[in-house]
Design a protein around this ligand. Sequence first.
Ligand code: AHG
Ligand code: MN
Ligand code: MN
Length: 319
Amino acid sequence: MTTFETYLEGRKGTVLDDDLVTVLGNIAEATRQISDKLRTSALDGLTGATENTNVQGETQKPLDILSNEILLEACRKSPAVSFAVSEELDTEVAIHADGKYAVIFDPLDGSSNLDVNVTVGTIFSVIEAKTPADILKSGRGQMVAAYAAYGPQTSLVITIGAGVQIFTLNDDGVYVMTNADAKIVPDAKEFAINAARRSSWDDVVSAYVENAIDTGHNMRWVGSMVADTHRIFNRGGVFLYPADRNKPAAGGRLRLLYEANPIGFLVEQAGGAAIIGKSTILDIVPTGLHQRVPVIFGSKNEIAKISAEYNAEKVAEPA
Ligand code: AHG
Ligand code: MN
Ligand code: MN
């Protein structure tokens, strides 16, 4: 049996040093705690919304705030963490003055689904950052990216740049490896998009979806990117959250640093592809902590088709 801890120990000397192993152990422990809180949230009065809004103007759920606190505490417990960046924090938070790693996270992804009892998740990545300016680097600078999916099972899906490993939380609260080398199949006839927004799609996305429907593709949309991603890890497919064609400069709905980049790193490490249009997600140099980008990722050959259409278009990139 390979646990998360034994896996990390065995990979020391790669990007993992003792400090980073401690950071990842503490973040994994935080996801265990969040998983527990979710399981009994209705019994503990942790449902509904709060009166707070985050920096992006979104109403925070009690569990958005609690998960953010749990992850911040995991960062404080880790001497090597320099900064924390979170969807639920206005700006970066300094953690340890002599730290070297920034931890960047979406504490709860899909939190509009919390009371619906649908799979939600935590997304995070770790980069080297000694100053706030170091945080705004492209996704290629990620050392680690991961998500925890809280569903019927709690799964931890991680890359340290050596493929993708999946761990499943057992009854003793131990993450046990259940897939040593997760791959996204290159071809699959399934797409995920919020079709209610089709009037705002660009021509490439509209044509792709129309053709997919005409050629017998299936559609799924959970409304939690982590859950949609986990399905794609299991059976392939494509996820699309394009920019609004009338407001391309606003990017899409999803945020580059703590949603698009970690998922992009995981997807590429599993043999899939992740783009915003003509460019790949991981090549974008961020301009802000909460910057939004279009997100299109999944099975390699499907993404290649979409990418070819963007590259054939004479219009500017939607970002
Ligand atoms: P968050 O809950 O962290 O704000 O992110 C929600 C995101 C993502 O998980 C999901 O794919 C998307 O928002 C859902 O958007 P729609 O409301 O347009 O379905
Ligand atoms: Mn999210
Ligand atoms: Mn969130």
